[in-house]
Design a protein around this ligand. Structure first.
Ligand code: FNR
Length: 348
């Protein structure tokens, strides 16, 4: 179990970016409004590339669910289904995608996360299959040209060969078992912005979110290349250490390309990384994100099965509701920059 925890908790080098991505949220201070009628239920709905979500957060892709629970990602599908949030299983999940799709409720929304495979035909097949299985969007993760330096894995002696993948392993006739290092080596480092159109076509026209956008230049390039959504993410601090935090990436977009944040219908902006509290979620929404996404809190909850996943989501929902009432709003649409003070981050 220590090794499983280490794989989930691990971050690049000494973990500065992973830690800072959590800590930085407290640098944004709320400006609560009082004497507003906040009695009654709140409207927490948001839209993520055209799909309605009951809550303004989703579950990020994270590999190897069976490290924590024998049913692996099936627990995440069930937990997400119970609370009505979007889940994007990892391309390197440990349960086959068709089993995850089959387990989903009819009304449930799953996104397909893609690492472009060096053998492109494999990705094309996966994308076509994802469409046929009912996945509603593709998240193409673009920040893993090479794997980050995960020293915690090394220190705890994570045994790569003990890790089980649901898809590639079976496909390659390896009885479902494939080393992480081998898997990472299948990721194509020659991918460019031009490939966004290829991904969209291969998926039969599903909306495409580009995950791993870390500066305004790449945000604009991804949109120009046809992205329907951007996931502002440093991969949970697991790739290049001392990379910018997701909150600061959002602020950079606000300053230099505010038009990207203005319309949910045209472009979805998701902030991913270091989100641990409902107050973090509400701050991201105030600053123009349409939703946030979390990985580790849900991966840690997996040891308790679907109940654990549901519990994490319910705690976050309660915290969002409480924060919104204390700010004086009753719907996500009312949140805006007037409710936050970001001056402590202006000098960054
Ligand atoms: C990840 N992440 C990730 N991202 C991705 O696109 N595909 C993947 O297979 C994985 N695998 C993965 C495994 C583990 C154990 C972790 C912790 C993370 C990154 C993930 O989607 C997300 O970007 C960050 O983890 C978000 O940060 P928090 O919420 O974990 O702080």
């Amino acid at each position: 179990m220590l090794r499983s925890w280490a794989y989930y908790a691990s971050a690049a080098d000494d973990g500065w970016t992973a830690q800072q991505s959590k800590d930085v949220w407290s640098q944004v201070r709320f400006r609560p409004r009082v004497l507003r009628n906040v009695d009654g239920p709140l409207d927490l709905r948001t839209r993520i590339v055209g799909n309605e979500s009951r809550l303004p957060f989703m579950i990020s892709p994270a590999a190897m669910g069976k490290l924590a629970h024998s049913d692996g990602e099936l627990c995440l599908v069930e937990g997400a289904g119970r609370v009505g949030i979007v889940y994007a299983p990892s391309n390197h999940c440990s349960v086959a995608h068709h089993d995850l799709a089959a387990a989903a409720r009819p009304s449930q929304t799953l996104f397909f996360q893609l690492y472009v495979h060096r053998e492109r035909w494999r990705s094309e097949k996966q994308l076509a299959d994802a469409n046929a299985m009912g996945f509603k969007a593709v998240i193409i993760t673009v920040d893993v040209a090479v794997p980050g330096n995960r020293e915690l894995d090394l220190r705890t002696g994570l045994d790569d060969n003990a890790l089980t993948l649901g898809n590639e392993g079976a496909e390659l006739g390896q009885k479902g078992t494939l080393a992480v290092a081998t898997t990472a080596a299948t990721i194509d480092a020659s991918v460019t912005f031009d490939d966004i159109a290829w991904v969209k076509k291969a998926s039969g026209g599903l909306p495409v979110l580009v995950k791993g956008i870390q500066c305004v230049e790449d945000a604009l390039a991804a949109v120009a290349a046809g992205a329907d959504g951007l996931v502002l993410s440093n991969h949970g601090g697991r790739q290049v250490n001392t990379a910018t935090t997701p909150l600061e990436i959002l602020l950079e977009l606000r300053h230099h390309a505010p038009h990207l944040l203005s319309s949910t219908d045209k472009l979805t902006i998701i902030v991913d990384g270091g989100v641990r509290r409902g107050t973090d979620i509400v701050k991201a929404l105030c600053l123009g994100a349409h939703a946030v996404s979390l990985a580790r809190p849900f991966m840690y909850s997996l040891v308790y099965g679907p109940d654990g996943v549901e519990k994490v989501a319910r705690v976050l929902e309660d915290e969002v509701v409480r924060a919104m009432k204390l700010l004086g709003v009753t719907s996500v649409g009312e949140l805006g920059p007037q409710f936050v003070n970001t001056s402590r981050l202006d000098r960054l």
